[in-house]
Design a protein around this ligand. Structure first.
Ligand SMILES: [Ca+2]
Ligand SMILES: [Ca+2]
Length: 161
């Protein structure tokens, strides 16, 4: 496991001609390198680098991203998700959840634009009922949900199964 720096650089260059990569492109390269990150891990890395949606990373940053991807435990991911608890109240409210989902899905799919309130409500309730159903989402509940439902996709205006 693990590629040499030369191999990494080659994969990096293949994606965008050696230029900086968006979150989606970085995710593509990670998958090529058989890292298979949770989309949320890439989003958290970009956020911690001070990069919002549309931000791009250099090869140096990509190397650090590559090294940071490692099948996170619930505890690891919950800790990382705290960066999105914008008002630091210990819970992820619907607006905070919306931002995470939008950026995550921008990484893993071609969803763009807004998520309507009904979609956010449905996902919020799904995450909470996956946990303790107390009307709030903790970082731990969200991390558990994202790890247990790796293939979970936001599908606006689709009925829940
Ligand atoms: Ca919060
Ligand atoms: Ca809860």
């Amino acid at each position: 496991m693990g590629l040499t720096e030369e191999e990494l650089q080659e994969h990096f260059n293949d994606e965008n001609g050696g230029d900086e990569l968006t979150a989606k492109q970085a995710n593509n390269v990670l998958c090529t390198c058989e890292k298979n990150p949770l989309p949320t891990e890439v989003v958290v890395f970009f956020e911690n680098e001070g990069l919002g949606p549309g931000g791009t990373i250099t090869f140096e940053q990509f190397k650090r991203l590559y090294d940071s991807i490692a099948d996170p435990t619930v505890e690891d991911l919950a800790e990382a998700l705290k960066v999105f608890d914008r008002n630091e109240d210990g819970t992820i409210d619907k607006e905070e959840l919306r931002e995470i989902l939008l950026r995550r899905d921008d990484v893993s799919s071609d969803i763009t634009g807004d998520l309507d309130d009904e979609t956010i409500d449905a996902i919020f309730n799904a995450v909470d009922s996956f946990g303790d159903n107390d009307g709030y989402i903790s970082c731990t509940e969200l991390a558990t949900f994202l790890i247990e439902n790796k293939t979970f996709r936001v599908e606006p205006s689709e009925d829940q199964e």
